[in-house]
Design a binder for this molecule. Structure first.
Ligand code: NAD
Length: 354
C-alpha cells in the first residue's frame, strides 16, 4: 500500500510540521517546497522522507530554525559563510544568492559554506546558478554517520559526500550532474533489507570488511554491534572523489571532517565548497556556446545501446520525473507516510486530517 499526493498537498503537510517545530511560515514553506521538489525530481531519498529526521534534529538542538548565514569573510571573489546549523534549504539558498551576485559582479566567486544542516539535493543549487547563465561546481561532505568505506579499507570512514557540476547550455536545458560518491544510497539498502532482497556485488562490505550481498549489514548492527559499509562508486576513482569532497567541503570550508566514533545524534551537517564562473566574463562565451551545443548534439546522435532508449544528459531524468509527478502525483510508501504522520504527532500536528 502507498499513498499518492499532489505536490501542493505534500507541501502543505510538510510546511505545517516544520512551522510547528519553530520555523516562521515563510521558512517552513521554503523548506517544504525544496523537499517536495526533490520528490518531484525523482530523488525520494532527499525529499519529504527527511522530515522526521529534521523534527528530531530540532528537538535535539542540532538544527536551529530561523537561522541565517553569517558572513565570516567577504573579500571580493571569495566569500566564506557559516550556516550556523540552520536549515540547508534556507542557508544554502542564501549562500548561493550571495555567491551568484558576486560572480555576476566580478566574473567568478569561490563560495565556502560551513555548518549547514542537511542541504538536501545539491543539484538545486546548481540549477539556481545555471538559471543565471553561470557554471557551478559543488564539493560537499556529510557529517552524520561514517557509512562509506575507503577503497582498500574495511569499515565506514566518511559519508555519501555528493559532488555536483552545473553547466548552462545556450538555448537548451542545462547539464546538471549531481550524485553521491557512494555506490548506492543508504536509504535504498534499508528498502532492500525490509523486502528481504539481496543486492549486486560491489555495493557493500560486512562488519569484518568482507564483500557481501546482504543489505542488512548497513541497517542493523552485526556481530560485536558493528555495522558494515557502503562502497564508493567507480572503485579507487570514486573513492578519490569522495576524499576530495571531504577535503574541500569539510576541511577547506572549516566545516569539519569525519574523525570520531559515531553517536546516535540525528543531525546531518554539510560543508559545501562552490565555484561559480560567468562564461560571459571568461571571454570564451561564443565558442563555449557553440562547442557545448555541438558536443551535446553529437552525443545525442549515438544510437541507443542494448536496453536503452537513447542517450540522456545529466539533469534530463530529473526534469522528466518532474513532468510526470506534477501530472500524476507523488507516491509515498506506507513506511515513509507512517513516519511523517508520527513526526506530525510529535510536533502537535494531525497530519491525517489534512
Ligand atoms: P543518482 O545515482 O540517481 O545519479 C543522479 C545523476 O545522474 C543526476 O545528475 C542525473 O541527471 C544523472 N543521470 C541519471 N540517469 C542518467 C542517465 N541515464 N544518463 C545520464 N545521466 C543520468 O543520484 P544519487 O547518487 O543517488 O544522488 C541523489 C541525490 O542525493 C543527489 O541530488 C545528491 O545531491 C543527493 N545527496 C545529498 C547528500 C547530502 O548530504 N546533502 C548526500 C548524498 C547525496
Amino acid at each position: 500500500m502507498s499513498k499518492t499526493l499532489s505536490a501542493e498537498a505534500l507541501r502543505s503537510v510538510v510546511a505545517g510540521i516544520i512551522e510547528a517545530v519553530g520555523s516562521s511560515r515563510a521558512e517552513a514553506e521554503q523548506v517544504a517546497a525544496n523537499l517536495v521538489l526533490a520528490n518531484l525530481s525523482g530523488h525520494d531519498s532527499h525529499g519529504v522522507g527527511m522530515v522526521p529526521r529534521y523534527v528530531d534534529a530540532v528537538a535535539e538542538g542540532g538544527l536551529v530554525p530561523n537561522t541565517a548565514v553569517r558572513v565570516e569573510l567577504d573579500a571580493g571573489a571569495m566569500l566564506a559563510l557559516d550556516g550556523q546549523g540552520g536549515y540547508g534549504q534556507i542557508v544554502g539558498v542564501q549562500a548561493m544568492e550571495l555567491g551568484i551576485a558576486r560572480a555576476q559582479e566580478l566574473g567568478s566567486c569561490i563560495l565556502s559554506l560551513s555548518h549547514a544542516h542537511h542541504l538536501g539535493r545539491i543539484g538545486h543549487f546548481a540549477e539556481m546558478a545555471t538559471a543565471q547563465g553561470l557554471v557551478s561546481m559543488h564539493f560537499v561532505n556529510v557529517l552524520s554517520r561514517p557509512v562509506v568505506a575507503p577503497w582498500g579499507g574495511g569499515d565506514g570512514r566518511f559519508g555519501t559526500n555528493p559532488c555536483c557540476i552545473g553547466v548552462p547550455l545556450a538555448g537548451a536545458e542545462p547539464f546538471v550532474l549531481d550524485y553521491a560518491t557512494s555506490r548506492v544510497a543508504q536509504g535504498k539498502m534499508r528498502v532492500a533489507h525490509n523486502k528481504g532482497e539481496r543486492v549486486p556485488a560491489g555495493y557493500l562490505i560486512d562488519e569484518r570488511g568482507a564483500p557481501t550481498d546482504d543489505p542488512g549489514v548497513v541497517v542493523v548492527p552485526q556481530s560485536g554491534g558493528l555495522f558494515g559499509a557502503l562502497m564508493t562508486f567507480g572503485e579507487h576513482k570514486g573513492y578519490g572523489m569522495a576524499v576530495a569532497c571531504e577535503l574541500l567541503g569539510g576541511a577547506l570550508t572549516g566545516s569539519g571532517t569525519w574523525h570520531r566514533t559515531p553517536d546516535a545524534a540525528r543531525s546531518v551537517y554539510n560543508g559545501m565548497l562552490t565555484v561559480l564562473i560567468d562564461p560571459a566574463r571568461l571571454g570564451t562565451r561564443e565558442r563555449f556556446e557553440q562547442e557545448a551545443s555541438a558536443f551535446v548534439d553529437w552525443l545525442k546522435q549515438s544510437p541507443p545501446g542494448a536496453g536503452f532508449d537513447g542517450v540522456q544528459l545529466a539533469g534530463e531524468p530529473e526534469r522528466t520525473a518532474r513532468r510526470a509527478r506534477e501530472r500524476d502525483g507523488i507516491v509515498i510508501d506506507d513506511a515513509t507516510w507512517g513516519e511523517i504522520v508520527a513526526a506530525g504527532a510529535q510536533a502537535g500536528v494531525a497530519v491525517q486530517s489534512v
